[in-house]
Ligand binder design. Structure first.
Ligand code: MSP
Length: 518
């Protein structure tokens, strides 16, 4: 069986999750569900990044005393898990950097690198940004402010441990150039190659306990803890079992995708592959950096107070409308503006009108013309018929979607699926079943209903990765016995692939009640 190992970043637990975090997890969920429908064994991992000075400070600010950090993070982690459950995020494994198998893995990696002389000690003079958890040199510091987030930097003068990043600079450049899928999209690959034109500095991987105690102890230097980024990146190998289940690890590694936001590209596309190479492991296959959700021209973030709270949004409009909007509105990789107007336009247009009405009017016709029982049709309509155009669009949808999903282009995928939704609506208009009923053309009407419902079942399967609840609701209303999840995308290549015929539909209320903006 083919496998897919896919990850999200590990979220810092200094604050509650927001739309930026939801975005990556929904995207990874859609990919995971898509590959499960393709018959892959999927390992989808997400989790939390719990060490470091930032978390230590957040705990103190919340009234926890030094030494109570674990208690603090234990209280925050459930809010992430709860959000993922509300968003239908179907992860297979939730990793925390305070898990003991992760801590053991970090120490193991440190030991290997130390034994191989990839780590050395030197005096460090420079700067540290606590909110970003990044080190900066004198030349990078902008008059004592962080070049990324512009906040005040901490001056650092201390003995530290360094990882020989610079030694592998030319190897990495070569690797990126010979592996076209390694960093995506291309704009991000070029950004990394641009960054690698400057000489790489070795990476500081320690923090003395006199400054930060909340971290993984360095096994060969007990008065130091591991720098939080070095610790966190290793999660991608500790989760699948690097130290405690080598068999599982060998099956899953290398990861197929690391999905991240563009602000953490350097850590993933420079530090991480070099760390892996230095311990003799392959880099992940693809690192895909998506854009930011912006509000009023600025990246949404807790500290700026311009956050869209996913919980408020899904309570108001439902989880699937939220998932649909995030994946459909902006091509994955670019920045997007989140606005209520744009959200409502998509909701009323694509969801309430196009999809919701298609299902509603189709089921109404089964009830009206056939007492709710789907008629049986055994032979495929002729090539020249009106049906055939629609059938061939639906039966070839799989290959179109496959192509877009390989590029993680959710927006184009959904646009393609909506091509079939709209063709089905047009088929109803063109066929004018109300006339067929009036003229008592029962046979033609049977073919019409049978084909229409097959197409709707196909649409349900295809939207499942993006809007699982909606897909399952359509499935239930169609009255199909075998569950949606037992099917494979491959099945939809046949024209009459579901067990329709003689089954009774079960119409429920509208999928997406219109939002009145009046
Ligand atoms: N803990 C590190 C990641 C370690 S991975 C080994 C971290 N955490 S974070 O919580 O600050 O951010 C996690 C992710 O959320 C990043 O990929 C970031 O890009 C994403 N987002 C945060 N705000 C965002 C938006 N406004 N829009 C889209 N995503 C953004 O960095």
């Amino acid at each position: 069986m083919k496998k897919l190992y896919i990850t999200t970043p590990l979220y810092y637990v200094n604050a509650s999750p927001h739309i930026g975090h939801s975005y990556t997890n929904i995207a990874v969920d859609a990919i995971s569900r898509f590959y499960r429908l393709k018959g892959y064994e999927v390992f989808f991992m997400t989790g939390t990044d719990e060490h470091g000075e930032k978390i230590e400070k957040a705990a103190l600010e919340k009234g926890y005393s030094g030494g109570e950090e674990k208690k603090f993070v234990d209280e925050i982690v459930p809010s992430f898990k709860e959000l993922w459950s509300k968003l239908n995020v179907s992860y297979d494994y939730f990793i925390r950097t305070t898990d003991s198998n992760h801590e053991k893995t970090v120490q193991k990696v440190l030991e290997i690198l130390y034994e191989n002389r990839e780590i050395y000690q030197k005096d460090y003079k420079g700067w540290f940004c606590v909110p970003c958890e990044n080190f900066w040199s004198d030349t990078q510091s902008q008059n004592g402010s962080c070049p990324d987030c512009k906040r005040t930097l901490e001056k650092v003068e201390e003995m530290n441990y360094f990882f020989r990043l610079s030694k592998y600079q030319s190897w990495l450049i070569d690797y990126i150039k010979t592996h076209p899928d390694f960093i995506k999209p291309d704009i991000r690959k070029n950004e990394v190659l641009g960054f690698l034109k400057e000489e790489l500095q070795d990476l500081c991987i320690s923090r003395p306990k006199s400054r930060t105690r909340w971290g993984i102890e360095i096994p060969f230097a007990r008065d130091y803890v591991t720098y939080v980024w070095f610790d966190a990146l290793i999660n991608y190998i500790s989760g699948p079992g690097y130290v405690d289940d080598r068999k599982a690890f060998d099956r899953l590694w290398p990861a197929d995708y690391h999905l991240i936001g563009k602000d953490i590209l350097r850590h993933h596309a420079v530090y991480w592959p070099i760390m892996l190479h230095a311990i003799g492991e392959e880099p992940p296959r693809t690192i895909f950096a998506h854009g930011w959700w912006i509000q009023k021209g600025e990246k949404m973030s807790k500290s700026k107070g311009n956050i869209v709270d996913p919980l408020v949004w899904i309570a108001e409009y439902g989880v699937d409308a939220f998932r649909y909007f995030l994946l459909r509105e902006v091509p994955f990789g670019l920045d997007g503006t989140f606005s209520e107007e744009a959200f409502i336009a998509r909701y009323n247009g694509d969801l309430a009108n196009d999809l919701g009405n298609l299902l509603n009017r189709s089921l109404t016709m089964v009830e009206k013309y056939f007492d709710g029982v789907v008629p049986v049709v055994s032979s495929r309509p002729t090539v020249a018929s009106m049906e055939e155009g629609l059938i061939s669009k639906a039966t070839t949808l799989g290959s179109e979607v496959d192509k877009h999903m390989t590029n993680l282009d959710f927006s184009a995928t959904l646009e393609n699926i909506w091509g079939v939704v709209n063709s089905a609506n047009k088929y109803i208009e063109d066929k004018a079943p109300w006339k067929l009923a009036k003229e008592d053309k029962k046979e033609e009407l049977s073919v019409f209903i049978f084909v229409l419902l097959q197409i709707i079942a196909t649409i349900a399967i295809f939207i499942y990765p993006y809007m699982p609840d909606t897909a399952l609701s359509i499935w239930r209303q169609l009255g199909l016995k075998r569950s949606l999840e037992e099917h494979k995308l491959e099945d939809t290549k046949g024209w009459n692939w579901t067990e329709f015929g003689g089954i009774t539909v079960k119409k429920e209320g509208p999928l997406f009640p219109r939002i009145d903006v009046g």
